[in-house]
Design a binder for this molecule. Structure first.
Ligand code: C5P
Length: 231
């Protein structure tokens, strides 16, 4: 059994990764797609485990894949729980497994496998600094058009006020608990649920390395990035 590097921080990180079967390898579920020979989930957990602020990691795996994901992550100090039918349910299941004493909770998507440890520090630092909810953002580089159902352009959106949101998103624990307790609709991110509660969401600078690896081109770019950053 590989020795765990002990986590010593006071921040818990939730990694919903239950939107997948347990198939490994290219073409399989997204969080288990191989990048440089390792599943995205392993890349994500390795990088976030390097952040000194992190003291607890909870991964939500598919209900029938908890043991497989535990084996995959046996070199890391993580708790693996069964996720739910939706991302939101998986985050709630992971949140329920965070031990008492962790007052800052970050939620991270395994598909942002190259998010560096420094980004976790930055988001956690802003929560520690007094913000109830924090998201890392990047400026939007493309021109954004509003279109109708037929694809005709209705107008051009002023992009100066737009930001693309990444993960990890950070919360005071009680904010995330309240957001999940109050959520009635499905949300694509956790900050959206906090917004619904009227909580002010603070932004910090994101990181281009935290790109969401979704399309084949993203995977190709990520392969180049790990070569460039790990050489
Ligand atoms: O589908 P999407 O890219 O939004 O999924 C974001 C994350 O939520 C993925 O890491 C996926 O594994 C996770 N998820 C989950 N439980 C579900 C559905 C998605 O943990 N039921």
């Amino acid at each position: 059994m590989t020795a765990h590097r002990e986590l010593r921080g006071d921040v818990a990180v939730l990694v919903p990764a239950a939107g997948l079967g347990v198939r490994l390898g290219p073409g399989g579920p997204k969080a288990l797609r191989l990048l440089g020979g390792e599943p995205l989930l392993v890349h994500a957990v390795r990088r976030l485990s390097e952040a000194p602020c992190v003291g607890c990691v909870v991964v939500a795996a598919p209900a029938d894949g908890v043991e497989a994901v535990q084996r995959l992550l046996e070199a890391y100090d993580v708790t693996v729980v069964a996720g739910g039918a939706t991302r939101q349910a998986s985050v709630a299941a992971a949140l329920a497994a965070v031990p008492a004493g962790f007052e800052i909770v970050l939620v991270h998507d395994a598909a942002r496998a190259l998010a560096p440890a420094g980004l976790f520090e930055r988001v956690a630092g802003a929560v520690r600094g007094g913000h109830g909810a924090v998201v890392p953002v990047l400026p939007v580089v493309d021109t954004i058009k509003q279109v109708d159902a037929a694809g005709a352009v209705l107008g051009t959106v002023d992009r100066s006020g737009l930001r693309a949101v990444q993960t990890p998103q950070g919360f005071r624990r009680e904010v995330l608990v309240a957001a999940h307790a109050a959520a009635v609709d499905e949300h694509t991110d956790d900050a959206g649920m906090a917004e619904k509660l009227g909580i002010e969401v603070h932004t910090v600078a994101g990181d281009e390395l935290a790109l969401k690896i979704t399309r084949p081109l993203d995977l190709a770019l990520a392969e180049l990035l790990i070569k460039a950053t790990e050489d």
